[in-house]
Ligand binder design. Structure first.
Ligand code: HEC
Length: 195
């Protein structure tokens, strides 16, 4: 501004240019301030909204019981496991007529999916027992998105869980026998074809 003011007297063009610049700067300052303030408000709003979303995701993961199986030691410690150790899957299998299944590492699964892919995956999942896939499918889309944001915010961690072992296959890990001792009332799982 000072530069242009000094040049008022140099030549006509520069005087005009200087005046226009000065005019613009002075007149747009309140507007600029407004936009700067608006920008920060929107940015703050976004950060606030996303932290609200991850908090909601954490809440859903907690009350939907995902940690019971997908977080090692969760039940044993009465749920007292820091979130950064959540959902890393388990090396101990669940053995039943379906074979042996291992709770997946969701911390490695989620970063490989987009949010939309996750919603689609969760809404169509039909996994083996004891995964309550039917409950996962019932979680609303906004809540699934919150779950995605929460798990993603935790970052990748842990290793892939062991592969599913089909019935009669060789089991090299520890496992929990997951069949009723008296199987009188056993009628299988409707979504699994009888062996
Ligand atoms: C009772 C134990 C149990 C609970 C509770 C549980 N899961 Fe699972 N979950 C498993 C097991 C076991 C598997 C592996 C199933 C298989 O091999 O077909 C699995 C698989 C999955 C898969 C599929 C992973 C893949 O790559 O195919 C997803 C996703 C998943 N669980 C998410 C969740 C979420 C989210 C929750 C909470 C709403 C939850 N699980 C609750 C035991 C559980």
């Amino acid at each position: 501004m000072v530069f242009y003011k000094n040049s008022y007297f140099v030549n006509k063009n520069e005087v005009n240019y200087g005046l226009i610049t000065e005019f613009l700067i002075i007149n747009t300052t309140p507007k600029k301030l407004f936009f700067i303030a608006a920008f920060f408000l929107v940015a703050y709003g976004k950060v606030y909204a996303s932290s609200e979303m991850t908090a909601r995701g954490e809440y859903i993961v907690r009350v939907a019981g995902c940690n019971d199986c997908h977080t090692p030691g969760y039940a044993e410690k009465g749920g007292n496991i820091p979130t950064n150790q959540w959902l890393i899957g388990a090396p101990v299998g669940y053995k039943g007529p379906w074979g042996v299944t291992y709770p997946a590492n969701l911390r490695l699964l989620i970063p490989n999916l987009t949010e939309d892919q996750w919603v689609n995956f969760a809404k169509n999942l039909q996994a083996r027992p004891p995964m309550p896939w039917f409950t996962l499918r019932m979680i609303s889309e906004p809540d699934l998105r919150a779950v995605y944001q929460f798990i993603k915010s935790l970052g990748s961690a842990g290793v892939q869980s062991p592969n599913f072992v089909p019935p009669g296959g060789e089991i090299i890990t520890k496992y929990i026998d997951f069949v009723p001792v008296s199987a009188q009332h056993w009628s299988g799982f409707s979504h699994l074809s009888p062996k």
